[in-house]
Design a protein around this ligand. Structure first.
Ligand code: KIV
Ligand code: ZN
Length: 554
């Protein structure tokens, strides 16, 4: 990097728009969406999609609900031409869906593109040329007038050569992009858009689409919004125009730029699934759509099985969605931090299905996207005790007493520390099982029976301590009390029962009872034991044995 002062780069000039309206507006409705996955996205793939793959991708876009889909640049390659033909000839374009094709302002390319569109019901002819000073200077060596003439001539050719298509019953709409719009002088962008509109002569029913691309993102989103508001307020035939956004993501703010530009008056958004596209990508339509959804605006696109969409996308593009990608990333509904887990658990427990969503740290209900609640908490050595209890309860049905959370939390954290990776719910379950439920030595319970007379319970028990069998009997005010008294006759540490809780595990004939018992030994250890049995009394006796064995290990 250059050392300060940085003279190699310049600030982006702001737009003079003192009466700007967009900062105080809010989103009220979804824009029109146009997918450019099959053109802008596809051309940016190391290995572009085959025709078969594009057909599958097209079907996916239709299923999501896109009504406008740019299907390629048919005059630029045979594959793109063939793809367009197959869509039309195999009747794959549902009613209500328009295909869009991209073309440069050259007559032979325009006629070839129109050939590709023959027989379609509804099409958008997308014409573009570059307009920015750098493009004019370095690439085209052309003046503003030259550039405007190219656009006007191109539009004239489209209008003229599309006439037979229109006569044959195809609805032909027209879109013009001053490529690199955001780097173009606003007055010149306006001038060229007006000139093109003069030629096309749009109507209110058949508006012209003026697509204003941030071909390369150079400015902050507020400047982009100013540029769009400036255009919206300066165009002479605004009611006959759809203003379309086409952001790229070079500064990582393509989504923000699009959202602010919608406030600034734009009607339509072009982008791709998960932001595939040249360099840092095109706008990620999924995020913008779901951002609207989480503000209570239905986007008109269906992402209720977002994992499936991601799987198809990854297979066809050979790209991977980042695990942190909003809404769809593998880890976005996963909390590693203990305090987050705790807040999620508490707020989720009181979330009512018919109330506005208010689960802390989870801005959207994963179920709305076909994602699971279950994957939300994973445990590593940094996780809190609440997370472990959450997993054991939600995944396996163990409702541990609150006081036990800390104890099991530490055991699991120590295990995760040793292992050095996060733990799966099954691993957490297995550690819990080994630590509490498989504690059958050095004390083992062989037999336990009670009789009750006049509210006094007498137990007969057979246990072994280090394989030596002991037959015990004692009475108390309940089975637990009787057993604790019976144990007092052995060499085992004397224990006090501090707390007891139990619940059923499973339902119906299969149901078992699980007991949690906290004891304090005369050696000063306070700890829990747990036991499971179809007999509730035996579950609690096993829990005492579990606690004793754990104490003896200390
Ligand atoms: O990024 C861009 O400017 C484009 C145009 C062709 C619309 O993709
Ligand atoms: Zn683009």
């Amino acid at each position: 990097m250059q050392s300060a002062p940085v003279t190699k780069y310049r600030p982006f000039p702001p737009v003079d728009l003192p009466q700007r309206q967009w900062p105080s507006r809010v989103h009220t409705h979804a824009p029109l969406w146009c997918s450019v996955d099959l053109r802008d996205g596809n051309q940016a793939l190391a290995q572009p999609m085959s025709v078969e793959e594009k057909l599958e991708y097209f079907d996916l876009l239709v299923k999501i609900g896109f009504k406008e889909i740019e299907v390629g640049f048919p005059s630029a390659s045979q594959i793109e031409f063939d793809f367009c033909r197959r869509l039309i000839e195999e009747n794959r374009i549902p009613d209500g869906v328009a295909i869009q094709i991209l073309c440069q302002c050259r007559e032979e390319l325009i006629t070839r593109s129109l050939e590709a569109l023959r027989g379609a019901k509804s099409v958008i002819f997308h014409l573009y040329n570059s307009t920015s000073p750098s493009q004019r200077k370095h690439v085209f060596n052309a003046t503003r007038e030259d550039i405007k003439r190219i656009a006007v001539q191109g539009t004239t050719w489209v209008k003229q050569h599309a006439a037979p298509l229109v006569a044959a019953g195809t609805r032909v709409r027209f879109q013009y992009s001053p490529e690199s719009f955001t780097s173009t002088e606003l007055e010149f962008a306006l001038e060229i858009c007006e000139a093109v509109t003069d030629v096309w002569q749009p109507t209110v029913a058949d508006k012209i689409i003026l697509n204003l691309p941030a071909t390369v993102e150079y400015a902050t989103p507020n400047v982009h919004a100013d540029q769009i508001e400036w255009m919206c307020t300066h165009l002479s035939r605004r009611e006959r125009t759809l203003i379309s956004l086409h952001t790229h993501n070079d500064r990582g703010t393509g989504i923000a730029a699009t959202e602010l530009a919608l406030l600034a008056g734009a009607d339509r958004v072009e982008g791709t699934l998960f932001g595939n596209g040249e360099r840092t990508g095109n706008l990620d339509i999924v995020t913008v759509a779901l951002n609207l959804y989480t503000h209570g605006i239905h986007p008109g696109l269906d992402f209720s099985d977002i994992n499936h969409i991601r799987d198809v996308y990854e297979r066809l593009t050979r790209l991977e969605v980042h695990p942190r990608q909003p809404y769809v990333g593998e880890l976005v509904f996963t909390a590693f931090s203990g305090s987050h887990q705790d807040a999620i658990k508490k707020s989720w427990a009181v979330q009512k299905p018919d109330q506005p969503w208010d689960v802390i740290y989870i801005p959207v209900d994963p179920a709305d996207l076909g994602r699971s609640y279950k994957a939300i908490i994973r445990i590593n050595s940094q996780s809190g005790k609440g997370g472990v209890a959450y997993v054991l309860e939600n995944e396996f049905g163990y409702s541990l007493p609150k006081l036990m959370h800390k104890e099991i939390g530490k055991i699991i954290n120590d295990y995760a520390d040793t292992k050095g990776t996060e733990l799966t719910p099954q691993e957490i379950h297995d550690v819990f099982h080994r630590e509490y439920l498989e504690r059958i030595s050095p004390v083992a319970l062989h037999h336990f029976k009670t009789t009750e007379r006049d509210s006094i319970v007498t137990c007969d028990a057979e246990i072994s301590i280090d394989k030596r069998v002991h037959t015990l009997t004692a009475s108390g005010n309940g089975p637990i009390d009787a057993f604790v008294r019976a144990l007092a006759a052995t060499s085992l540490p004397k224990i006090n029962v501090l707390s007891y809780s139990e619940h059923s595990l499973g339902q119906g004939a299969e149901a078992r009872a699980v007991s949690y018992i906290q004891i304090k030994t005369d050696r000063g250890h306070t700890l829990y034991g747990a036991g499971i049995d179809t007999n509730i009394e035996l579950a609690s006796i096993k829990a005492i044995v579990s606690a004793l064995n754990r104490a003896l290990k200390k």
